[in-house]
Design a protein around this ligand. Structure first.
Ligand code: LLP
Length: 437
């Protein structure tokens, strides 16, 4: 199996992850079941951190983009591995706090943070607020004045770079809801305004050009644009920026069609470019931040399902129904994203069929994969979807009043529940029948 996943096949022909036989996991925890491998998560975090230490002399910080998979346990792991955290909502901020994450290493993103969220962030002693608009800047400044505190901020910049990825996860171009643009000078307006606010200290520029990007070129181009902005700010307005946050977006190999990225090589190349261009502009090299999310957790996770009916519609399609679907993994429904499927209980069975994996929801678009290779699958088989660690649990929902599956963290043959599964009572917990009904 792929070298970048901590999985193998045992003598029973079962898929093993983190030393745990997946068939045994299903016996103990049922299906659907999210399984996250602790070793892979830590290893991915170390790849980024070590590359930074090696190629940028440690003058940087890797922030784990918690939106990819946000629970208290993963926040704890990120802290133990020396990473900072990117949060994008009051809920993610609260999760970090609950996990005891040091708030000075938390960066707060989002294009429409509410005054309440901004206030909570200030009260928590957050490291940086990544301000997205002039409106947010004024709201934040008023809050700071009320509280008698100062905020150190970054500004989210749209560098005007388009990378090759799905439209829904592109964010760096001028026509994006995130941030202020470079092309029309919004960034300079923003910076001049920030300079006038006594309680605001603008220390950083931030950008994020999109997600699931494989080419190095857009990242390199982004660095060039951002450093030019830094140089212009200094030259035109005397505004010295000391931090450059380059966002996340590093692609992940979901199927054999995707390339495998050596993240360390990317970090080396980006670091070299930063140093070179800073030299050319006569700028001091900034403190660099990066925010990988998917690259940290995607290949650490698998999801296990039990196969239900298999409908072989002659000359049309073979549907394989599983006991989950878009409620635990909405990514096919949203982006037609591709995954690798295996039969966890019969790993050596030849993949000689083309099937469509369908969820159990009342929705024809509720698929996990269309026309994917799989072995001759039967009801009762255990289907594993690989690389589901990112944007699966975190994007799960209760459609059709389906409880979210539990998440177990596996390591050295031991499985620990890090998120309890939701039962029927959890589903009706917030329902109220008014007294006069
Ligand atoms: N930083 C910022 C400001 C972001 O907006 C994101 C992702 C990241 C970092 C992390 O990006 P990553 O390294 O994970 O690509 N739900 C979509 C992905 C949306 C990404 C949103 N922002 C999916 O399932 O593909």
């Amino acid at each position: 199996m792929a070298e970048n996943r901590n999985i193998y096949v045992n003598e029973k022909d079962h898929l093993v992850i983190g030393g745990c036989d997946s068939v045994e996991l299903v016996k103990e925890f049922g299906t659907p079941l999210y399984v996250m491998d602790e070793y892979t998560i830590r290893n991915n975090m170390r790849i980024f951190k070590n590359a930074f230490d090696e190629f940028y002399e440690g003058k940087g910080l890797v922030l784990y983009a918690s939106k990819a998979f946000c629970t208290t346990a993963i926040c704890r792991i990120a802290h133990q591995e020396g990473l900072g955290l990117d949060v994008v909502s009051g809920g993610e901020l609260y999760t970090a706090k609950k996990a005891g994450f040091p708030m000075e290493k938390v960066y707060f993103h989002g294009n429409n943070k509410s005054p309440k969220e901004l206030s909570e962030a200030l009260d928590s002693g957050i490291g940086r607020i990544v301000v997205d608009s002039v409106h947010e800047l004024t709201v934040l400044n008023s809050l700071c004045q009320e509280k008698g505190v100062n905020a150190r901020i970054s500004v989210r910049v749209k560098p005007g770079i388009e990378a090759h990825t799905h439209d829904y996860i592109l964010t760096g171009q001028i026509d994006s809801k995130f941030g202020v643009a470079v092309e029309n000078g919004e960034i300079f307006e923003f910076a001049r305004m920030a300079k006038c606010f006594e309680n605001i200290e603008l220390v950083g520029l931030h950008c994020h050009i999109g997600s699931q990007i494989f080419e190095l070129e857009p990242f390199e181009k982004t660095v060039q644009v951002m450093l030019k902005v830094m140089a212009d700010l200094k030259e035109r307005y005397g505004i010295v920026i000391t931090e450059l946050n380059l966002g996340g977006g590093y692609g992940v190999q979901y199927t054999e069609e995707d390339d495998y990225i050596h993240y360390a090589k990317y970090i080396k190349s980006v670091s070299d470019t930063v140093k070179k261009i800073c030299g050319e502009y006569g700028l001091e090299t900034p403190f660099i931040l990066m925010e990988p999310g998917r690259a940290i957790v995607a290949n650490a996770g698998i999801t296990l399902y039990t196969v239900g009916p298999v409908k072989d519609i002659k000359n049309v399609r073979k549907y394989v129904a599983i006991d989950g679907g878009m409620s635990d993994n909405p990514r096919y429904a949203l982006y037609e994203s591709k995954y690798t499927f295996v039969l966890a209980n019969r790993m050596s069975a030849p993949k000689d069929q083309i099937v469509t994996v369908a969820g159990k929801h009342c929705e024809s678009g509720d698929l996990l994969g269309k026309d994917v290779p799989l072995a001759d699958v039967k009801p009762g088989d255990i289907l594993a979807v690989l690389d589901t660690g990112a944007y699966n649990y975190s994007m799960s929902m209760n459609y059709n009043r389906t409880g979210r599956p539990p998440v177990v963290l596996v390591k050295d043959g031991k499985a620990r529940v890090i998120v309890k599964g939701e039962d029927y009572e959890d589903i009706v917990r917030n329902d109220i029948i008014p007294e006069d009904l």
